[in-house]
Design a protein around this ligand. Structure first.
Ligand SMILES: Cc1cc2nc3c(=O)[nH]c(=O)nc-3n(C[C@H](O)[C@H](O)[C@H](O)COP(=O)(O)O)c2cc1C
Length: 364
């Protein structure tokens, strides 16, 4: 399976399978001189790791990240990047391959089983191999480093919709995101989701979700007008996450139903003499280049395809079969997709920051 690398100057390669001994990534192109600790990376890993509530898979993984190369230890116990490839490893400790024996030949409808067999003729059915979202642990580790490449960058995400239940945006409070198991910024919606997802889970079913990612302190000028649009690369990074079926920037699809006057982000000169935008429908990107406003992206994930309820399918020997998937699955993959979305946006921004410095020579 080729194509395991993304990014141009901040270049991330991930490796490893869901049911192998370990997985990880190599970040090539990380600038020298970035100080960090493994604990800082672990903070992001802990947000994604499984088994943290009854609303996510009960697989138990510590997801301890070990930095193997590309750094020198510092006297304060931290690490500093040397500019050589940063290799990071995460061990798999809680595989249960036998859970997957029933789908060794059967294709789960809505999963990657059928297309994997069509393409490679060989499929690691134990947990889905590389098509398992376990691979995204490595992206979150890379994202932890990417966040440090752009000075002052802050990338946050929240779950804004589960199934048909959307948050009330007037209630948005970032401080609420860590107060519930859903990364929900609306304190009133979290209990609604709790009851709703309990019912979905008990029924052996699953449901989709929408995640919003907001990046603050993105300098103006990142990206390029045609084949290296910042929004294009953010969308590609988000779309590469398992189960993602839609991505939008700023007001996205809603822009199609409003007038030019409503959509225009009007400009004025602020008290400090700098340009000020009066709104941010563009999601912080115009003509593929960052405006200096917050970069806003949203992505939709589909309902988990591995469900307990029987669905019609076929097997690799040409028989019609009924498939129900046992094992430990996320009833709503959108929850754990929140830190993954943050990481993928951070990687796109780090990459564009380095590309901008490379072309313009700007150092701010
Ligand atoms: C965090 C996360 C966890 C996931 N967990 C599961 C899971 O437990 N069971 C499952 O069938 N799919 C799960 N998925 C989705 C599948 O990996 C994905 O649907 C599959 O690889 C097919 O790819 P596609 O949906 O992008 O077409 C998860 C996705 C994410 C982002």
């Amino acid at each position: 399976m080729s194509h395991n690398t993304f990014g141009h100057l901040f270049r991330v390669t991930t490796w490893g399978e869901s049911h192998g001994p370990a997985l990880g990534c190599v970040v090539d192109g990380c600038p020298p001189g970035i100080r960090f600790t493994e604990a800082e990376l672990q903070h992001w890993m802990d947000k994604r790791k499984p088994g943290q509530s009854r609303f996510v898979t009960q697989r138990r993984e510590d997801d301890r990240v070990k930095v193997l190369s590309g750094v020198m230890p510092q006297e304060d116990g931290g690490l500093i990047t040397t500019g050589t490839p940063v290799s990071m490893l995460i061990e798999n400790t809680d595989q249960r391959s036998k859970d997957y024996s029933e789908i060794a030949k059967r294709y789960r409808p809505g999963h990657a089983d059928y297309t994997y067999d069509v393409k490679y003729g060989l499929r690691d059915y134990r947990g889905g191999g590389r098509s398992s979202a376990r691979e995204t642990a490595a992206r979150v580790a890379a994202g932890g480093l990417a966040r440090l490449v752009v000075p002052g960058l802050r990338v946050r995400a929240a779950l804004v919709q589960i199934g048909e239940h959307r948050i009330n945006r007037d209630n948005w409070d970032w401080a609420e995101v860590d107060n519930n198991p859903f990364f929900c910024p609306d304190a009133a919606m979290a209990p609604v989701w709790e009851d709703y997802l309990d019912a979905i889970r008990k029924a052996g079913s699953s449901v989709g979700a929408v995640i919003e990612v907001v990046a603050d302190n993105v300098p103006a000028g990142l990206g390029a007008p045609i084949y290296a649009k910042l929004d294009q690369d953010i969308c590609a990074n988000l779309m590469s996450i398992n189960a993602v079926k839609g991505v939008e920037i700023g007001n996205g699809f809603a822009a199609a139903s409003i007038s030019g006057e409503q959509n225009a982000d009007e400009m004025r000169i602020g008290e400090d003499g700098q340009p000020v935008f009066l709104s941010n429908n563009s999601g912080g990107i115009l003509g593929g280049i960052s405006t200096g406003q917050p970069v806003v992206a949203r992505f939709a994930v589909k309902p988990t395809s591995s469900i307990l309820n029987e669905r019609r399918s076929i097997d690799s020997e040409g028989h019609e079969v009924d498939v129900k998937t046992k094992g430990r699955h996320d009833p709503c993959v959108g929850i754990r997709a929140v830190p993954i979305g943050e990481a993928m946006v951070a990687c796109a921004l780090a990459d564009h920051y380095l590309r901008d410095r490379g072309q313009t020579g700007r150092l701010d």
